[in-house]
Design a protein around this ligand. Structure first.
Ligand code: SF4
Ligand code: SF4
Length: 460
């Protein structure tokens, strides 16, 4: 059967980011397929686990994709420090007589940013607001290729690998049905050490912080890469709780225009015209008057500022957080400012407009890479950085909640009726014909209930 159709039928989406449907991404004809094994976020260990324990499946998956889709080159990009992973992959490549090559990178953050990894591997700069295909590359992460290999064996995407770490008794890499509750995952990792905790879904740099109460209502989706249990009122929690008007007023009063945020910005270092220090200056100089008790964003930016050339560059910020967690000596948050501007630009219907057609990486880039260990310490999670021996655990669930939209594009449409019995692996919601989206399958057997924008399955 056609590989693209197998991937579509199985509902595979990118496991590492926003969940772009994999069958659409692989329809292109790139010159190189890059497997992102950088495991960019400091505390996550899932891809590293898979590169060691599923090395042959990964290498044969890359070979298969390259062969079936006539992609001339397949490379797995990972860090030089991942010695066990390099050993396992090298052995798999030799055993399978594979043409896949390894590309070894320094240990820096954000090595796994799609545009950064493309530059590291190919030496080509993806244009601002562009995609890797603009320079002939496709990037998929390790877990996505494992899901593709399963799809070829007729196994739909119903199970998810993720890391649970932080303030838990047994930091673990788990394999659970998609839709499993965060509560069960945290219990699988031995439960919490302290009762004053909050949770981040994803990594410490770019993940979504949430209160403990919110986490107890959350479930694993196709894109959940990790669950971090962190101290309440720690550095990440404090940043989460910083009020917008307070943060903006501090930017106005405290930005010393040192330019460190720009000098260390990974996108700026690729030659993109993003200069967060200029954005901060213009925002600070043009802030409308705010009453002390104003906490909404309704009044924080003057509409005419959206016409400004520097301000518009916020659209190409990856929100990696280097500027706020590492670069800024004043503890300011250019990332948050950029994120807000992006929202305003989208609301105003202003699309990014590129100038020029060549971009050159900064000659100082090799010396300005931020070591992963140091950024973990600055992010306030250095205490967990050394945890390497994660236990591996697999479990099923007695109840799963499956949102109809776990991917970029439109939600899947239910193809079952409320209250019916479904079997694990059965198609329960389909990608609407001709639309960007992904199929959804039952991740456990049980009784399915349609609950608005999700399907809940309860074991009987
Ligand atoms: S978050 Fe900061 S460092 Fe990262 S891309 Fe945006 S401006 Fe640059
Ligand atoms: S690093 Fe901080 S103080 Fe320096 S220019 Fe950027 S926002 Fe301002």
């Amino acid at each position: 059967m056609d590989l693209i159709k197998q991937i579509f039928d199985s509902g595979v989406v990118g496991c590492g980011g926003a969940g772009f449907p994999t069958h659409v991404k692989l329809k292109a004809s790139p010159e190189i397929l890059i497997i992102n094994g950088a495991e960019c976020e400091p505390l996550l260990r899932t891809d590293r686990y898979l590169m060691i324990h599923e090395a042959e499946k990964l290498v044969s998956g890359v070979d298969l994709i390259c062969r079936e889709l006539s992609i001339p080159e397949g490379r797995i990009a990972l860090k030089k420090t991942y010695t066990k992973e390099i050993e396992a992959l090298t052995a798999a490549i030799e055993k399978l007589h594979s043409k896949v090559q390894l590309h070894l990178m320094d240990s820096f953050y954000p090595a796994g940013d799609e545009q950064v990894v493309v530059y590291e591997v190919t030496g080509k700069v993806v244009p601002p607001a562009g995609i890797p295909l603009d320079v002939g590359a496709i990037v998929d992460n390790v877990a996505t290729i494992i899901a593709v290999a399963d799809a070829v064996s007729g196994i739909p995407f119903t199970e998810k690998y993720l890391t649970v770490t932080g303030e838990v008794r047994e930091p673990s890499v788990l394999k659970v049905p998609v839709g499993t509750s965060f509560a069960q995952c945290i219990e699988m990792a031995g439960g919490t050490i302290s009762d004053k905790v909050m949770v981040v879904s994803g990594g410490p740099m770019m993940g979504a912080p949430m209160s403990w109460e919110a986490a107890m209502n959350a479930s694993v989706t196709k894109t959940t890469s990790g669950i971090l249990v962190l101290p309440k009122d720690g550095a990440i929690d404090r940043r989460r709780k910083t009020q917008l008007n307070h943060m903006l007023n501090r930017a106005k009063a405290a930005c010393i225009q040192c330019t460190f945020c720009t000098q260390l910005c990974p996108r700026h270092m690729l030659g993109h015209p993003l200069q967060p220090h200029r954005i901060m200056r213009k925002i600070a100089m043009n802030m409308p008057h705010q009453d002390n008790n104003e906490t909404t964003k309704d009044h924080w930016i003057l509409p005419e500022l959206l016409e400004d050339k520097d301000i518009r560059q916020a659209a190409i910020c990856s929100e990696c957080g280097v500027c706020e967690v590492y670069a800024c000596p004043m503890g300011l948050q250019p990332r948050v400012v950029n994120s807000l501007i992006k929202g305003e630009l989208a609301q105003a219907g202003i699309r990014y407009s590129r100038e020029g057609d060549t971009w050159e990486a900064d000659a100082n880039r090799p010396y300005r890479k931020v070591p992963t260990k140091r950024i973990a310490a600055r992010a306030g999670v250095g205490a967990y950085y050394h945890i390497d021996g994660h236990t591996y655990k697999e479990e099923t669930a007695s109840k799963v909640v499956l949102p109809l939209k776990m991917n970029i594009g439109v939600p899947a449409e239910p193809v079952i009726s409320d209250g019916v019995h479904v079997e694990k692996g059965q198609l329960i919601a389909a990608c609407p014909e001709g639309k960007l989206g992904a199929n959804l399958h039952a991740s456990i057997s049980g009784t399915a209930h349609l609950t608005g924008n999700a399907i809940t399955i309860t074991e009987v």
